[in-house]
Design a protein around this ligand. Sequence first.
Ligand code: ATP
Length: 432
Amino acid sequence: MDIFEKITALAKRRGFVYPGSEIYGGLAGTWDYGPLGVELKRNLKEEFWKFSVKSRDNIVGIDAAIIMNPKVWEASGHLASFSDPLVECKKCHHRFRADQLEDASKCPDCGGEFTEPKQFNLMVETYLGVVEGEKTKTYLRGEITQGVHVNFKNIISSTRVKLPFGVAQVGKAFRNEITPGGFTFRSREFEQMEIQFYVKPDEEESMKWFEYWKEERKKWYLSLGMREENLQFKKHDQLAHYARAAYDIEYNAGGEWKEMEGIHHRGDWDVKQHEAYSKQDMTYFDEETKERYLPWTIETSGGVDRAALFFLMDAYREEKVGEDERVVLKLHPKLAPYKAAVFPLLANKPQLVEYARKIYGDLKNEWMVAWDERGNIGKRYRAQDEAGTPFCITVDFDSLEKDDVTIRDRDLMTQERVKVTDIHKFIAEKMK
Ligand code: ATP
């Protein structure tokens, strides 16, 4: 089994991710996050928000609508660029205009086989209005980016931001991917987390910001425990006509480097396009220099689902423990769905259960905590290892006498006695 298959199986078994609409035979490219998956994803998004908005003075947040005026997509180029017949490489999924390929028999990037040329439209269409025949065709957003750019002026006039500043957003995007696959890697419905960072139109300064964000975003993945050897930057050799620089942060997914996030220097392309199509002034007034200009944008655009998938892969270990094998997810405590699990040593001893319930209830006020009283302790540890729970807290008969518990560490598999009054501090310390 390769790592994608292992993660797909574990995700279903433990309730991280299920195939979408499974009882009806599924729907290609859609996935449902289960009880553990939803926690992992929420933790990721919360960490992204802390990193981008909460911890900085120069970034604000936004939550724009998924359905936008269709003109937005004309302006952004999403409609026009999808009107030519394209082929897609079945291996690396890069798309090419069929008529512009020198050798149409194989992909120039990886040598893979092509799909038949098709009129691809990656935008997912939808219709608004109640009267048949009078409905307006519109689209589910293909990227979350445009919801920020169209609000550029609103943000400036309603807040006190000054260039350079950024706008962060997290939300759903939809694409009619031709070849969804790789578990959640290429889905038709997915979530993105982005920063649009607006800077002065200045070559040198903007490149400094570009380098800054490139490094910051890599550091973010590292700070949440991703292993450095599994990350690399990949420079885009072929840039979009408006782009000044572009890199991907790639993850080593079982020996294959895959895009996790893009860092793009987009010049003034987006705001300029919206100015042209909306006929609204999109310029920024610089109070220092008394000039008006269109800002340039540095964009960091990551996929929440791809990050979740790669964090799972990165955390996945099969380890020998004596004669046994265990599967463990060594997720950073900040990302782990449950921060701790509480066990009464024996389920049929009401005193133990009652004492453990109290601890469970107290911890639940702050964190997601699991409860388990089935089977032997070893089995409970294994189940929590697969869920990525960093700490298992067991209440035994000594606890009743001494007001302490055993805390077992997921990664080290060590056990230590901790006073009940110190449990909270113990976990909080490891969450840093
Ligand atoms: P790819 O080349 O893999 O199709 P892209 O270059 O089209 O990706 P962007 O448009 O730059 O991707 O989107 C930014 C991020 O959004 C990607 O780095 C990825 O993490 C995420 N993303 C894009 N498409 C999908 C998808 N179909 N499923 C899941 N995540 C996606």
